[in-house]
Each structure stands twice: as C-alpha cells, then as structure tokens.
Design a protein around this ligand. Sequence first.
Ligand code: BES
Ligand code: ZN
Ligand code: ZN
Length: 483
Amino acid sequence: MKITLERTSAEQAARGAALIVPVLEGEKEARFGATPLVESGEVAGKSGELALLHSPAGAAAARVLLAGAGKAARFDAEELRKLVASAVRFLKKKKVQAAAVLLEADRAGAEFVAAAVEGALLGDFEPDQHKTDNDKRSLDAFTVVCPNGAAELDAAVERGRILAESQNFTRALANEPANLLTPLKMAAAARQMAQEQGLDCEVLEVGELQRLGMGALLGVAQGSAEPPVLIVLRYRPLRPASMAHLGLVGKGVTFDTGGISIKPSEGMEKMKYDMCGGAAMIGAMRAIAQLKPPLAVTAFIPCVENMPGSRAQRPGDIVTSMSGKTVEILNTDAEGRLILVDAIAYARKQGCTDLVDAATLTGAIVVALGHIHTGLFANSDKMRDRVLHAAGAEGERMWPMPLDEDYKEGLKTPFADIANIGSRWGGAITAAIFLKEFVEDVPWVHLDIAGTAYLDDAKPNMAKGPTGVAVRTLVRLATEWMD
Ligand code: BES
Ligand code: ZN
Ligand code: ZN
C-alpha cells in the first residue's frame, strides 16, 4: 500500500479516492452537503457508524465516508486507529482501491497521524497467505489529509507505517500453520527479517542447547521429530543513552498438542497460534531496527513443537533447567513456562537488565480477563508502570494481576525444587509465579496474551486470526525508554 501525506484543503483532497471524514457525536454540521444527514439523526457520530456518500457536493473525492468518532472528550489516537481500520475494511468490500482520511485542527497531531496510518494498514491486513483464488482485496493507496499539516508529520507517517507493517509481519508469521512453520522455519523467518533490517541473528540449535543445560526446554521438545531452537535477535544502538539492556522473551511453541497430557481435539487447531509471543518479539525487533532507539535490545525466542511422540516427556518426569533448578513435570501441557524459564536464564546470562516476556501461556487468563485485556504480571512497580504507560499510549489494553508469594505454595513438590503446575484455581497467576522464580531480582513484566493474541471472529476493524498484540507496546517501551 502506497502511503502519502497531503496538506491540501478538505475540498481539494483525495481526488478520485474515497475520503473518510470523522464525525463526532453532537456535531451540528457536516461537510460536503451531509448536514441534512446529521440533522435527521441518520448520522449521529456514534463510534462505529458509517455512511457512504457518492459524488459529494464540493469535494474532489469521488466518495465521502462519514465515520462516527464518538464523544469528543473520548476521541483519542486509538479511537482514530479503529475508525480508520473499520472504514478501510468497509471500503475494501466495495472494491475501493484508494482511500484517504481527513484530519483537521487538533486531530492532526503526530500521534493521530501515526494512528491513522496504522489503522489503514492493520485494517487492510487479511490472513489469506494460503488462499489461491483471485478474490483478494487490498487497498492500493492511502492518504492522510492534514490541511496545513506541520513538517514533523512526515516522520509520524513513517513511524505509523513501520509499526503497523511490523505488527502485520507478526500477524502473518503467527498465521502460518504448524506444518509450514516448524521451529527451524521460524528461525529462518527471523534470520531473513534480521538480514533485511540489519539486525544480528543467532540461532542456537539442539547441541548448543544441551551444552547450556537447557533441560526444561529440551524436555518439551523431545516428543517431536522437529528439533527445537533458541532464536536470538540483537539490536545495538550506535550511541546508547542508557546503561539498560532490555530483553524480550517470547513463547514460540509452533504447535501445542499438550504432549502426553493431550488436549481435547475440539479447537486444537488454534494451538498453531501458540507462538504468538515469539512472533510478537520478532515483529517488535523489526520495528526497533528501523526506529533505532538509543537502547540495547535483545529478543530471545525459544521455539519447540509440543508433541506426544514416543520420546515425549511423561508426567512425573524431573528435568534440570539451565538455572540449575529441578522441575517436576506434573502436566506436559504446561510447556510454555518450561521453555520460557530456560530462555530467561539465558537472557540473564547475556546481561539483560530488564525483561519483558509475552506468551499465550494459560487458558486461565482467558477465564479471568476474556479477550479484551492482556494479563500483566510484574515483580517491579517501576517496570509495571513503564509497560502500562506504553500500552496505554498504544491503545493496547493490559490489566495488572497479583503476584503474591502466597501463590507459590501451590508449586511445592517433595520430589523437585518446583512443580510445573499448581492447583486448578488462579492458574494464570501460578504460571507467572513459576516464571518469577527463575527471573529472580531482574525487573520483569510477564504478558499473558492467551486471550488477546488472536480473534476467533472478525471485528469491524480487524480480520479473524492473529492480532499482533504487544508489538506496538514493546516498540514504544524501547523507543521511549528513560532511566
Ligand atoms: N498454550 C496453552 C494456553 C492456551 C490456552 C493458549 C488457550 C490459548 C488458548 C498452554 O500451553 C496450556 O496448555 N496451558 C494449560 C496449563 C495447565 C495445564 C496448567 C492451560 O491453560 O490449560
Ligand atoms: Zn500447553
Ligand atoms: Zn502452550
């Protein structure tokens, strides 16, 4: 999609294209002869409302799409991102090829301009890589119209493009089925991205993982014919402005059958998304490579396939993690935490001073928060606030969850240092507590994205399938890092 910024007037803008015009609730007048629509209440400015006009009066645009923007007091960058995404999805169905959005007055700031570009790219995305028919619809061109827009807005367009293209990169990667995206293929995808963006990429293979003593990760991998890998992506700034070194750890289970503690077959196909945390880290690194913040960032993505093969680990097995701690496997379906703790141990050894992990870790977080908020767990108030602030600015909803020591009780076992599951209750919290035991004193945030990483049904602003959640938050965290 070709993206441009136009600084012409509303009347002259978007010649021949479809111009999206946000309409706030309670607005008394509308441009292009649409005032009667507003007066009659047909267009009330409610969030999500869309009304298409053909050959609008006094406009160079071929069509005008009036798009409800909700209440003025609540209109922010996220509302605009959603508005543009919904409008683009609506126009695509009508075979429109070129669209534009009109941003006027106080809606033409850098945050709004970036969000509009993101909305267009995120709304345009379809998870149709493997469809062979020719019915694919995509916009060719998108223009942000800011009459008399400031010079800095060109950079905002660029930032929005980088962020949304990276989020879509994550979505496309996460959408690959497990037969096509094995751990080795995921490593190849990361390596190719790294080459294109000038990042350093190292892929640790099974011999190296054995040498490092990653018994928890290897235990999960041993039931599959597909060998595991640990992908390491490094970004180093030319002139660091901070001594901090941010580590991003993402769960990369390319398919989760549950292993010997096998899952029911209904809905099991969704476990191809069990690498969304890893895909988010790869997407975030893609954007970080282009935006070049003055902060060292390294991503660690442990990739395995959790299968019940004849060599699979059994309930009752005891493995030794890289940290030296022994773990009793009480349920082979609680595999994400096992691969994450070895990656976390490695990230600490590599000198990371601050850590964030993202993982489709538990069904329990979906019970707790549904599909709206990502569950956020932290061992440091400062790190929690950093991530919450970044998430808030990006419109990605995250909810702080408890992490009291009392929950640790459930992970006690007489047979090893720690068990990999607790009781049935508070399952998302015991999973986070398990990770915390290996993080120790490094400031850390854990994001349980099991409920937010993919959509079971399309929304007006987003296609069914992977959402690319956390990418924008992580990029903002890295680019706005302050000691
Ligand atoms: N990948 C799943 C978690 C999951 C569930 C993600 C639903 C997305 C949607 C994870 O590996 C898992 O199986 N967790 C178990 C843990 C249990 C055995 C303690 C779960 O949540 O049921
Ligand atoms: Zn599992
Ligand atoms: Zn899993």
